[in-house]
Design a protein around this ligand. Structure first.
Ligand SMILES: [Zn+2]
Length: 483
């Protein structure tokens, strides 16, 4: 989401029919010719050597994945039914498939009912059924279908299977659910969570659910009560607010993997380096709850953006920025979105010591983002959310990235979900796309099979471990006082 903070979405229980397996066939996505036939070959037949395609797909399937972007609430929060819109099977449709449903024609009121705590499971199916055929093949739809199949054993959604689906949902929604879905089923080694409800969550599963510091409210708004309260500071002027920002970094930087802002949902990324003196009058107006002129607002936001980015850089934290497509429906100003990548290149030039992570392949402006990743040493690209927005373009993006920009600049996966269940489906789509991209590069003669195989571990795991210094973070988090 990235980042629709509506909190719609949810999830439920599950029969865990095929949790043990990683779904090889799904991971391969049919890319290895004859793969299905190989699985059915009689035992007596001489095994033939694996083709390069099969080897690549198998390595992608078996390599642990670092998931660099999620919005998951802590498991204990989820098990209390909080952080999600409802607590039945419909939660899988809440984030993000509900948007495709509304765009397909579902009345927003019906969507609200589907995702509310009110209707019984069968009533919910009747709300969904007319629109399901139109959305089942989008990336959002595919991710949910994989989750239904792998977590609950539901091959085909229909009225007849709803009682079993609901029962399976409840069976999965028990302590240990995150371990089963994320680690055992999806092969995820660790996640990086951007908490939507507080600036930094002290997770009870700190090394599985690593956290970003969300600095959105430190530079937009700013949200004085939200941030100053936990810091125990009174804010009477801009210097006091700087002190609040410093407190968040001093307290959590050693545990956080990065800082994150989705400010691009509200404004452009044209952040000028505005000095404190020019921002001070606007900040005083905020404190006095007086309206700001647009220019004053921009000055203040720009100043605070750079104040936060400099703190992050001093603490060695990469700066993750939302770029591109908007979660939700019927409001995205594409003209503004299209300026994101050019503005991101300005940020790279203004602060060469900051490592910027540009998220979501800036969809749909991913070709321009290739140029930024190739040109700027401090530009990294995170493919989080992308495989379910547009799976085919995502495969194409990765393919081109690997023969255009240095391969240590790519982070291939973040589920970007609030409910944990569809993360599995998204991870499967990502593995399928990553394998397919590598195989096509081999088939077309751009990579040797050996080159392709050697890229798998760094892409899925090594790049993220190095960029976010995960070994050090794991050590710090293992000794965190709240665990
Ligand atoms: Zn997000």
């Amino acid at each position: 989401m990235s980042d629709d903070t509506s909190g719609r979405g949810c999830s439920r229980r599950g029969a865990l029919k095929s949790l043990g397996g990683m779904g090889t066939a799904a991971a391969l996505g049919g890319l290895a010719a004859g793969e299905g036939a190989a699985a059915e070959r009689p035992a007596a037949e001489e095994p033939r050597p694996a083709s390069a395609q099969e080897e690549i797909a198998e390595r992608v399937r078996a390599t642990p994945l670092v998931d660099t972007h999620e919005h998951l609430p802590d498991e204990e929060v989820r098990l209390r039914g909080e952080g999600v819109c409802c607590d039945d099977w419909a939660v899988l449709f809440s984030h993000y498939l509900d948007s495709d449903l509304v765009v397909a024609g579902m009345p927003p009121g019906a969507r609200d009912q589907l995702l509310s705590a009110g209707p019984d499971p069968l009533e919910k199916w009747r709300l969904l059924a007319p629109y399901w055929p139109a959305v089942r093949n989008t990336g959002y739809g595919r991710a949910v279908q994989v989750a239904l199949r792998e977590l609950y054993g539901i091959e085909e959604l229909s009225e007849a299977v709803i009682p079993a689906l609901q029962q399976a949902y409840e069976a999965l929604r028990k302590p240990g659910m995150y371990q089963k879905v994320l680690v055992e089923a999806a092969g995820i080694e660790s996640c990086q969570v951007n908490c939507l409800w507080r600036p930094y969550r002290e997770s009870r599963q700190p090394t599985l659910l690593m956290q970003d510091i969300s600095f959105l409210g430190l530079h937009l708004g700013p949200e004085i009560d939200v941030f100053a309260g936990p810091a125990g500071k009174e804010v009477r002027d801009l210097a006091d607010w700087h002190g609040v920002i410093d407190w968040w970094f001093d307290t959590y930087a050693r545990y956080a993997v990065a800082v994150k802002s989705q400010g691009a949902y509200r404004r452009g990324l044209d952040h000028d380096d505005v000095p404190a003196e020019r921002a001070e009058p606007a900040f005083r107006k905020v404190l006095a709850q007086e309206p700001l002129l647009a220019a004053e607002q921009k000055d203040l936001e720009d100043h605070l953006f750079w104040y936060c980015v400099r703190r992050a850089t001093e603490h060695g934290l990469p700066v993750k920025l939302h770029l591109g497509y908007y979660a939700g429906e019927n409001y995205m100003p594409l003209g503004r979105v299209e300026r994101n990548v050019a503005q991101a290149s300005d940020l790279c030039r203004l602060s060469p010591d900051t490592r910027f992570v540009f998220m979501h392949i800036a969809y749909p402006c991913w070709q321009e983002l290739l140029a930024v990743a190739k040109h700027y040493a401090n530009a990294y690209v995170d493919m989080c959310w992308a495989w379910i927005i547009d799976p085919v373009s995502s495969k194409e993006f990765l393919k081109r990235f690997l023969v255009t920009a240095p391969s240590n600049k790519i982070l291939p996966f973040g589920g970007d979900y609030i409910p944990v269940e569809p993360v599995l489906g998204h991870a499967r789509l990502a593995r399928q796309g990553i394998a397919r991209a590598l195989v096509e590069l081999v088939e077309e003669g751009w990579l040797s099979p050996r080159d392709a195989l050697e890229l798998v571990e760094p892409i899925l795991r090594g790049n993220a471990r190095a960029l976010f210094r995960l070994e050090e973070k794991e050590r710090n988090l293992s000794a965190a006082p709240w665990r």
